[in-house]
Write a protein that binds this ligand. Structure first.
Ligand code: MN3
Length: 243
């Protein structure tokens, strides 16, 4: 049994027995926690496994490219939209069309998100991507001198892009096909693009897209990349753009 001096016991008993005077009633907890605002943009899973594009694109590159680089664009775009809630009312394509109004965070990360979502869809495992549709092939013959000439023009656009950027096949306002390249995460939907149009094929030539496997050999990456182009999706996008 605990022994303590009488005086201390008395003091403690006073403390315990002290009447509750004017204790303010605790504020009742809200029944529902305040809603957490869902991020506007999300990182969708890849449409295939991270090893599905081997040997053209290695598993580790795909894991980092999708899980780290693309994720960072999504997170940073969400932060930019949270800082300017008016932007949440616009679609990603709307943001691209007037991107010069919205500052570098939206240009770089909105472009990064748009470009990578498209890029993943435009690839498929070797042997699964089909071939260009009759309509797409006819347009390539008409506007770009045939499939082989087009592939050379497109590969050159990617190979010669100084620093980081993208190569594009676009449908222009007059429904013609054209090849271009853009710096950084710019794309042909943007008001700042030299050649504007609807992208139907996109190639990421940032070093993060190929350096682990190809090191400085960007040309080898581009040559291998043709084996994983999803022509079925390119054809579908082309036909939607000229409709
Ligand atoms: Mn990339």
């Amino acid at each position: 049994m605990l022994r303590m001096p009488l005086r201390l016991m008395f003091a403690l008993s006073l403390f315990v027995a002290a009447p509750a005077v004017a204790t303010p009633k605790p504020t009742p907890a809200p029944a529902v926690a305040p809603p957490v605002v869902a991020p506007v943009y999300t990182l969708a899973p890849l449409p295939y496994g991270t090893d599905a594009l081997e040997p053209a694109i290695d598993k580790q590159t795909m894991e980092t490219h999708h899980g780290k680089h693309h994720k960072a664009y999504v997170d940073n775009l969400n932060a930019a939209v949270a800082a300017n809630p008016e932007l949440a009312k616009l679609t990603l394509v709307d943001l691209m069309r007037d991107v010069s109004k919205y500052g570098p965070a939206v240009r770089n990360n909105g472009g990064g998100h748009y470009n990578h979502e498209l890029f993943w869809r435009l690839m498929a495992p070797v042997g699964k991507g089909g071939t260009p549709s009759k309509a797409l092939l006819a347009a390539i013959n008409r506007d770009l001198g045939g499939l082989e000439a087009f592939k050379k023009t497109f590969a050159d656009a990617g190979a010669k892009r100084f620093g980081s950027g993208w190569a594009w096949l676009v449908v222009t306002a007059d429904k013609k096909l054209a090849v271009s390249s853009t710096p950084n995460q710019d794309n042909p939907l943007m008001d700042v693009a030299e050649l504007k149009g609807t992208p139907v094929l996109a190639l990421d030539v940032w070093e993060h897209a190929y350096y682990l496997k190809y090191m400085n050999r960007r040309g080898d990456y581009i040559a291998a990349w043709w084996t994983v182009v999803n022509w079925n999706e390119v054809s579908r996008l082309y036909e939607a753009a000229v409709r």
